[in-house]
Design a protein around this ligand. Structure first.
Ligand SMILES: O=C1C[C@@](O)(C(=O)O)C[C@@H](O)[C@@H]1O
Length: 145
């Protein structure tokens, strides 16, 4: 099984950005942790982070060729991007949305996520552990027996 893990704007600054909200682990720590976790489950992961909406759309479109499922933290684009929602609908892969914080408990402009219109599961407020929970969900639900 091959899972694409996508992260949107400012997730590259994990550890530095608002550590009281997002924790002290860096994006590099997260990548390392997810690669190790995937290896322990005998699945493959591709990781991609971009601060650009169109680049995220391009990566989602390319996923139709070799990816079985998507984990996405669209970051601020969650609350604005119909383009990312449309790309996810177009490739039509099982998708889990992850947020490190719980946007529903923050400013009202973070309460709505376009991506949640498509994602079959949303994991919020679990810190970076939320990404591993998303992997578990996809592996348990979709890994071919
Ligand atoms: O950049 C982010 C990160 C976030 O997606 C999270 O992981 O908690 C929550 C978003 O509201 C915010 O814009």
């Amino acid at each position: 099984m091959h899972i694409l893990i996508l992260n949107g704007p400012n997730i590259n600054l994990l550890g530095l950005r608002e550590p009281d909200i997002y924790g002290s682990e860096t994006y590099e720590d997260l990548v390392h942790q997810l690669r190790e976790y995937a290896e322990s489950l005998d699945i493959s992961v591709s990781l991609y982070q971009s601060n650009h909406e169109g680049s995220l759309v391009d990566r989602i479109q390319a996923a139709r060729f070799d990816i079985d499922a998507i984990i996405i933290n669209p970051a601020a684009y969650s609350h604005t991007s119909i383009a990312i929602l449309d790309a996810l609908k177009a490739v039509h892969l099982p998708t889990v949305e992850v947020h490190i914080s719980n946007p529903k408990e923050r400013e009202t402009f973070r309460h709505y996520s376009y991506v949640s219109e498509y994602a079959e599961k949303v994991i919020m407020g679990q810190g970076v552990a939320g990404y591993c929970q998303a992997i578990d969900y996809l592996v348990n639900t979709y890994r071919k027996k």
